[in-house]
Ligand binder design. Structure first.
Ligand SMILES: C[S@@+](CC[C@H](N)C(=O)[O-])C[C@H]1O[C@@H](n2cnc3c(N)ncnc32)[C@H](O)[C@@H]1O
Length: 230
């Protein structure tokens, strides 16, 4: 892998996320605040628009968000017309799952989203009722690959994130999509990491964000790239 993994930080630890969601549950109970929208509302809107443009809700696609946090992205898909009982969120922090279920119960039409606790690097996320052997039509990641890339490396200097692309691709059905939004990796780096013979993923499309220019270079604050399984 030629692009470097970032240095480990607390954002790559389960303790960090457990304490974030413990606090967010207390806030939600006290004030009804649903918590932080990671990368802001613009990214939720743009990812939702991408889904609408590429996968019709009329086909009731199966959609899994990896590291679903407070569930904002999945709630946005329900608002856009996707069938809640075909949507799932998996997160390794039990309090994230608790918070997302509490918010789902307070939002019309969202109760049927299936949220479950799952360490994506070690476990296979729960399937939906009746899904059988089929893989998912769409996998979503908003900030989770970034968080995992900040985890401690092993003795040989290997980052925990290295196993992620193959795990993600193995959950997709043929022709299924994987849409990822990252602030730590550029589009080129995401392509380099996800398009490999082992994953069988190929580039599909990208979401355009406003660019910035600094010191003679231009770039995006976030990158959202979609891949499809060949
Ligand atoms: C940056 S937050 C993003 C949360 C959510 N996707 C959003 O956009 O609000 C990263 C999420 O990944 C979860 N996470 C980190 N490592 C994970 C792992 N190995 N398995 C499952 N979830 C993980 C964290 O608990 C956290 O909810």
């Amino acid at each position: 892998m030629s692009s470097e993994d970032p240095q480990p930080s607390k954002l790559g630890t389960k303790e960090h996320w457990d304490s974030v969601y413990e606090r967010e549950i207390a806030n939600f109970e006290e004030t009804g605040d649903e918590g932080e929208i990671w990368f802001g509302e613009d990214s939720v809107e743009k990812m939702t628009d991408w889904v609408i443009e590429n996968i019709s809700p009329t086909n009731s696609p199966t959609i899994l968000e990896i590291g679903s946090g407070n569930g904002t992205l999945l709630f946005s898909l329900v608002e856009a017309g996707y069938e809640a009982s075909r949507l799932a969120g998996a997160d390794y922090s039990p309090d994230a799952v608790k918070l997302s279920r509490m918010i789902a119960a307070s939002r019309e039409g969202c109760e049927a989203i299936s949220f479950s606790t799952c360490d994506f690097l070690a476990e296979v996320p729960n399937k939906l009722e009746g899904q059988g052997e089929d893989g998912w039509d769409l996998l979503l990641d908003k900030g989770t690959y970034d968080a995992i890339a900040l985890g401690e490396k092993d003795e040989s200097g290997k980052s925990p994130v290295e196993g992620y692309p193959v795990r993600a691709a193995s959950l997709l059905k043929k022709g299924g999509y994987f849409l990822i939004t990252s602030c730590n990796f550029t589009e080129a780096e995401l392509k380099e990491r996800f398009i490999t013979p082992e994953t069988g993923l190929i580039y599909h499309s990208r979401i355009a964000y406003p660019t910035f220019s600094f010191g003679g270079k231009s770039g995006n604050v976030y990158s959202s790239v979609a891949f499809t399984k060949s």
